[in-house]
Design a protein. Structure first.
Lengths: 283, 277
């Protein structure tokens, strides 16, 4: 694992010959009230890599994504993006850095009062860098890329199916041509065919727009299909005080041969003793 | 690692926890208001967000405010008539109805009606946006959520609630006048002459400045509750309810202190006329 250049200001050291990872999480811990969610996480994401984060519900996967884009601040530790510590950035700088990200939320998070066109064009209009015609062209192109016909532009989110909402959300995230795409459970709630459509769109997006991707999912098909590297998190409530929260980090092929029982249980989707534990805990 | 102390369950512990919670909330609201004010002066909100909010807060509130004002005036007339009639001061009814409306009842009841209608709706809408990640989505798309969502709502409330108060006051004056002159058959000339003579420009201005403060409270409290909503339908409902209750209490507290302040100010400016009670 390459180490980030040592510095105090958070800006990249100009003479460093070691390329730093695009995203680095350094000794990250997150606690909400009395509830610890992440503990001592060290994670690097290389430029151009597709990292898939898997794990049970409540292990902090979504929190991880929000840390990377600066929507949440860690209780301890530092988050670096392109060599810069997010905690040291002012509001304006943080906003500029966020524009290098695209985020596909779990429920798509489309703006209810706006049409599909207005949703996809939203950031382009707010930034003001393109004229009306250029925005129109960009929106049309993005919607075509995600397989949506032009008629959809006038619809409101409430009129769309779950799969269509996800695709509009993807088009909106891609409209600003981000360097990093964050996907929060992109196939949750979708039927198997639509789930594979989303998986294919993730691969297609990567081919058409070279970028770094971080996908959070508990869908093993998605993980196997799109990942260059897979990382598995485990809920802190089920770990001892000294046990690391990342149980596995490696390629999809290495995941198949991982002998950790907890990893095997998750990958194979078997309840095993969990049913007994749940009944005992009265959950 | 230090162990957490168990929370006290006696009276002091409970009162202390409530007080600490209230102070935390007050501080949180103050920080939120500060953030909103900073954005208000840093960059003007765009027309695309202002106009829908102005329409919803202003135009759509006219019917309910007009009805509220009308019935306040009419009820004041009904409740005051017998006492004034027994003293032979029927023709003075207009003065007491109008001064009560313009100085107090119009601003407070119109603001209360709007806290219920506009404040609850704002809190519910923003809470729904919070739990569906739309507020986070705004931030991810390079837009500050406070600037985009809160500033237009704040401006709509501060600028339009005084105008709505004018409507409430006018309808209240008309409603009271209608009841007094048509139902109780008070002489219209004397009724309106006394009504006009007793209400001064100070009363009118104070009756319009107070709603601006009430509007600020409604906007800040409602938006804060929405932004900090807990998850689920229960969280949205709680945000809407808390927005109204907290706004209402804020309106009452502000009304008291503003009343004291303006009366003291009047006394300082025009001491010869005596303090206004």
């Amino acid at each position: 694992m390459s180490s980030a250049p040592k510095q105090e200001s958070g800006t990249p050291h100009p003479s460093s010959l070691i390329p730093h990872p695009l995203i680095r999480l350094e000794q990250i811990s997150v606690q909400f009230g009395g509830q610890a969610v992440l503990r001592d996480i060290n994670l690097d994401v290389k430029r151009g890599q597709t990292l898939v984060v898997i794990g049970e519900s409540g292990c902090g996967k979504t929190v991880l994504l929000k840390l990377m884009i600066g929507l949440l601040r860690p209780t301890r530790g530092r988050v670096f993006f392109d060599g810069r510590d997010l905690a040291e950035l002012g509001d304006r700088e943080l906003t500029q850095q966020r524009l290098r990200f695209g985020f596909l939320f779990q429920g798509a998070a489309l703006f209810d009062s706006l049409t599909v066109f207005e949703n996809v064009a939203f950031s382009l209009r707010e930034q003001g860098a393109l004229d009306k015609e250029a925005i129109r062209e960009r929106v049309k192109q993005r919607l075509l890329e995600v397989g949506l016909p032009p008629e959809v532009e006038r619809k409101k989110p409430a009129e769309l199916s779950g799969g269509m909402k996800k695709r509009v959300g993807l088009a909106r995230a891609l409209a600003i041509e981000p360097e990093v795409m964050l996907y929060d459970e992109p196939t949750t709630g979708l039927d198997p065919i639509m789930s594979d459509v989303i998986n294919e769109l993730i691969l297609q997006t990567r081919r058409q727009h070279p970028m770094t991707s971080i996908v959070v999912t508990h869908d093993m098909k998605t993980a196997q299909k799109v990942a260059d590297r897979i990382v598995m998190f485990y809920p802190l409530s089920r770990l001892g005080a000294d046990e690391p929260q990342i149980l596995f980090s490696g390629s999809p092929a290495e995941l198949e041969h991982c002998q950790d029982m907890r990893v095997r249980q998750f990958v194979e989707g078997e309840a095993r003793e969990r049913l007994v534990e749940l009944a005992r805990d009265g959950k | 690692m230090a162990t957490a102390t168990r929370p006290r369950t006696d009276v002091i512990g409970v009162v202390g926890a409530v007080a600490q919670n209230a102070l935390n909330n007050l501080g949180d609201v103050a920080l939120f208001a500060g953030q909103m004010l900073a954005w208000l002066f840093r960059r003007a909100p765009c027309r695309g967000t202002m106009i829908p909010n102005f329409y919803y807060v202003g135009v759509r509130s006219v019917p309910v405010v007009a009805i509220t004002g009308t019935f306040i005036g009419m009820v004041l007339a009904v409740q005051s008539y017998s006492q004034f009639h027994s003293l032979g001061l029927d023709s003075r009814l207009g003065s007491i109805i109008n001064i009560s409306l313009i100085r107090e009842l119009g601003p407070v009841l119109a603001a209360t009606m709007l806290a219920g209608r506009v404040g609850s709706a704002m809190a519910a809408e923003l809470a729904t946006m919070r739990i569906t990640d739309q507020i986070d989505a705004l931030a991810c798309l390079g837009v500050n959520p406070v600037h985009y969502l809160v500033v237009p709502r704040f401006l709509a409330c501060v600028l339009l609630i005084p105008l709505l108060t004018i409507i409430a006051n006018f309808m209240g004056v008309m409603g009271g006048g209608l009841v007094c002159t048509k139902v109780y058959e008070i002489d219209a000339h004397h009724y309106w002459t006394h009504a006009r003579d007793y209400v001064g420009m100070w009363d009118i201005w104070m009756g319009l400045i107070k709603p601006m403060f009430f509007g600020s409270v409604i906007a800040i409290v409602s938006c804060h509750r929405g932004f900090n909503s807990s998850a689920g339908a229960e969280g949205v409902g709680r945000a809407a309810t808390q927005a109204f209750v907290t706004s209402f209490i804020g309106i009452l507290v502000l009304d008291f202190f503003l009343g004291m302040f303006f009366n003291t100010l009047y006394d300082r400016i025009w001491p010869a006329t005596g303090a206004r009670l």
